[in-house]
Design a protein around this ligand. Structure first.
Ligand code: COA
Length: 331
């Protein structure tokens, strides 16, 4: 039986560091408010004109190098983002072009903070049925150019950052290793609790200046509702993964939750009763990078030696949709 293994990881964040203090020049906020509510100290923002596919390219190049592969060795691209370069076509094709390759399929995944786990579910299925042997899965976001950087948008503007994380996935016949389980869920009843209303085909026309003026084109969030659901759904998804595999929390070496907010991940940790050393957190440095947050944290945990051959890694995410899920990977 084939399983999916992670052959390599890579990440990229823009060089431009924006501290909490920097944000105070555009909006009425404070370092204390942001740290206390979210754990974020700084985040990265791109320079003007840099899109999600540019960050994805840099993360991919690192993953390719780590795997000792060329872009031409890839046979499929799955790209998760909520901040596509363009409304259409998908960002995957722009990444493909920037990597200098052609013909291989490109799939865009639009599942926000859960995008990486949804993408992993697709990649895992395609690898296990033998469709592809080298799948690039990348989560990438450029939030900064879409945020409302005024006091009106401060509830979301302080939380999100830019970045990309990538993994290269391939088949293994080693029954002990690889992706052991994936569980994904959604509940569209909560779609408007974290969303961007326009532009969109539910309007005629899709975009006019009035939508911008009335705030429809900026991210909107009911923060407390998001919080409330996240701290229930992520632990549920972790338990679901453990039940499905007959493993326990004691078996898990590293938990990588989507880096939404330190208070959310601390609550998840508490509900599950996990010790600090099992939780990965880097939100202080990057903020919430949505689809990129799990693969960035994964890369850092691998690079620092926290994840090594044989480690049992649990990923879990929750976000806009609402969508959520978990994955268990034996490294
Ligand atoms: N700086 C300073 N004050 C801010 C602010 C900011 N960036 N954003 C909001 N405020 C103000 C509000 O206007 C409000 O003021 P008021 O009491 O005078 O009306 C006050 O702070 C409290 O706002 P509230 O929204 O009730 O704060 P909160 O304690 O619920 O914290 C979040 C807000 C967003 C930090 C919190 O709800 C949260 O963490 N939610 C989850 C968000 C998340 O992680 N989303 C991504 C999921 S993928």
């Amino acid at each position: 039986m084939l399983r999916t293994e992670v052959l390599s990881t890579g990440f990229y964040v823009p060089e431009r560091v924006i501290t909490n203090h920097d944000l105070t020049q555009w909006m009425d906020t404070s370092d204390e408010w942001i740290r206390q509510r979210s754990g974020i100290v700084e985040r990265r923002w791109v320079e003007d004109g840099v899109g999600s596919s540019d960050l994805a390219k840099a993360a991919t190049e690192q993953a390719l190098e780590m795997a000792g592969l060329q872009a031409t060795d890839l046979d499929c691209i799955i790209l998760a983002t909520l901040s596509p370069d363009h409304f259409f076509p998908g960002t995957g094709v722009f990444l493909q072009r920037k990597l200098g390759i052609k013909n291989i399929p490109c799939l865009d995944v639009r599942n926000q903070c859960s995008g990486f786990i949804y993408g992993l579910a697709v990649a895992d299925a395609w690898i296990r049925i033998g469709l592809f042997k080298r799948i690039l899965l990348v989560g990438t976001e450029v939030h900064s150019s879409g945020l409302e950087k005024t006091t009106a948008g401060r509830d979301t503007a302080v939380l999100f950052g830019d970045g990309a994380g990538a993994v290269i996935l391939g088949p293994t016949e080693d029954a002990e290793r690889g992706v052991l389980s994936i569980h994904i869920h959604a509940d569209g009843r909560h779609a408007e609790k974290l969303w961007m209303d326009a532009p969109g085909s539910s309007y005629t026309p899709w975009l006019v200046p009035e939508y911008i003026a009335s705030g429809l084109t900026r991210p909107q969030m009911e923060g407390r509702e998001v919080f409330k659901h996240a701290v229930v759904k992520m632990p549920e998804a972790v338990r679901e993964a453990l039940e499905a595999t007959g493993l326990s929390l004691d078996d898990v070496d590293v938990v990588i939750p989507h880096q939404a907010n330190l208070r959310i991940t601390q609550a998840v940790q508490k509900v599950l009763g996990l010790p600090d050393e099992k939780m990965v957190s880097n939100i202080d440095k990057y903020g919430n990078t949505t689809a990129a947050s799990i693969p960035i944290a994964l890369h850092e945990a691998v690079a620092s030696g926290r994840i090594k051959r044989g480690s049992l890694v649990c990923l879990t995410a929750f976000g806009s949709g609402f969508t959520w899920g978990s994955a268990l990977i034996r490294w």
